[in-house]
Design a protein around this ligand. Sequence first.
Ligand code: IPE
Ligand code: IPE
Ligand code: MG
Length: 250
Amino acid sequence: MPEPSAMLSRPLHVAIIMDGNGRWAAQRGLPRLRGHEAGTESVQAVVRACRDRGIRYLTLYAFSVENWKRPREEVGGLMNLLVRFLRDQERELHAHAIRLRLIGRQEDLPEEVRRELDRVTNATRSYEKGHLILALSYGGRTEIATAARRIAEQVKAGHLEPAAVDEALFSRFLYAPDIPDPDLIIRTSGEMRLSNFLLWQSAYAELYVTPVLWPDFREREFEAALDEFSRRQRRFGGLGAEEGSSEAVS
Ligand code: IPE
Ligand code: IPE
Ligand code: MG
């Protein structure tokens, strides 16, 4: 048996709950939106860090179904930032063959945001080197309920037998069935909860919570999360070092 320290591995898929923008701004006496703005720089830093380390899948929780409850100005500001982020980021995506993907209720988003998202997802659709997945108007329960409804429709139409519904089939009805489950879920700003993020897919994810607020989370903090991940022993309910979807690094 190799020593745990010799079993270094890196995640194939990292998912991040980017929390703490509001608190970051409040600490500086700034409006919340300034925190969101500073947070987009962390997004760029983490996208770059994944690219440099060959981490193929990065999912970012950018806006939850519950976030629509926030004041109209904050929601509007976030939508504007998203459009700006897409325009700034597009060249990078092309330069590094990164595909933009979306999970969530796109139908809830304002027309201008949808148009921009459609444009960039279509323009990057053939890339495979990396996948940047934005969770927008995303809710884990909504995703699961939507899958259940679509399966029920298939059964009703006679295309599917109830007995055929198992975990593998159910997964195929989720938003992005081809994307492997996250190996590592990072949450910034210290809250010990999932807030409706990837409920189905997080079954065996390693959780990493840091008190660092999202606008302060940069490459160094990301590296610390990866280091911690490489020291975790994943058992998947078994007893030993079983194969996960993470990759061994020598
Ligand atoms: C995360 O930061 C960004 C979104 C949820 C859109 P918050 O805005 O939740 O920041 P806090 O939690 O209030 O500090
Ligand atoms: C989770 O953060 C959602 C996103 C990061 C997009 P919230 O700030 O909305 O979560 P709660 O309300 O603290 O659980
Ligand atoms: Mg928050």
